[in-house]
Design a protein around this ligand. Structure first.
Ligand code: PRP
Ligand code: URA
Length: 206
């Protein structure tokens, strides 16, 4: 299912991120801020359990999170979303999947994977700002399922209709979160209008 997040602050910051004049230093800050703002919605349905705490004035019947959260950024650009989300979920464990798209075929190539062992009992969030053809996210999700994950959310920032359709077809059980859905992919598999190459803009490798 697709969740398209709408909020004036998100729209404003996403416009800044898209601007070609936004330099690496600001791009990094704004990407983190957008991920932080999205946290409120991507965690809306996290399960909670009843607990009782003692305040200075007595007992309070309240709730706390009932499941672990695991964040899995897809290298490189997903790294830019980790701090913004983990600031709000400091107990989250963090796995990493390294992938790059082959420039000719646009197929994702996995070069690294290091995942925590609690995936079967956790809410697992795949982080990648760009959902273009959907190949990278789809393979990352499959790798997590192969590792035992059963509750997976895909948290991206800008998506193309092609990428959304690919994830819905390959992984209909996965919730997709986006701050913007754009018009199309160009001949090189880039999202138009998009924001360019997220990894290069984040790390200054243009
Ligand atoms: C970008 C982006 C995604 C992928 C999206 O990574 O961060 O991982 O492309 O494209 P897709 O939906 O068509 O698979 P890239 O391959 O440029 O690697 P990088 O982050 O290391 O630059
Ligand atoms: N990867 C990016 O970084 N940007 C795109 O538009 C598509 C894939």
């Amino acid at each position: 299912m697709l969740n398209l997040l709408k909020h004036p602050l998100l729209t404003h910051k996403l416009a800044l991120l898209r601007r070609k004049e936004t330099a690496t230093k600001d791009f990094r800050v704004i990407l983190g801020e957008i991920a932080g703002l999205m946290t409120y919605e991507i965690t809306r349905d996290l399960p909670v359990k009843d607990i009782t705490v003692e305040t200075p004035l007595g007992k309070c019947h309240t709730q706390e999170l009932a499941m672990d959260v695991v964040l899995v950024p897809v290298l490189r650009a997903g790294l830019g979303m980790v701090d913004g989300i983990s600031n709000h979920i400091p107990t989250a464990r963090i796995g990493h999947i390294g992938m790059y798209r082959d420039h000719a075929t646009l197929k994702p190539m996995t070069y690294y994977s290091k995942l925590p062992d609690n995936l079967p009992n956790a809410i697992v969030m795949v982080l990648d700002p760009m959902l273009a053809t959907g190949g990278s996210s789809s393979d990352a999700i499959q790798a997590l399922k192969n590792h035992g994950a059963s509750t997976i959310k895909l948290v991206c920032i800008v998506g193309a209709p092609e990428g959304v359709a690919r994830i819905m077809a390959d992984h209909p059980d996965v919730q997709i979160y986006l701050a913007g859905i754009d018009e199309k992919l160009n001949a090189h598999g880039y999202i138009v209008p998009g924001l360019g190459d997220a990894g290069d803009r984040l790390f200054g490798t243009l």
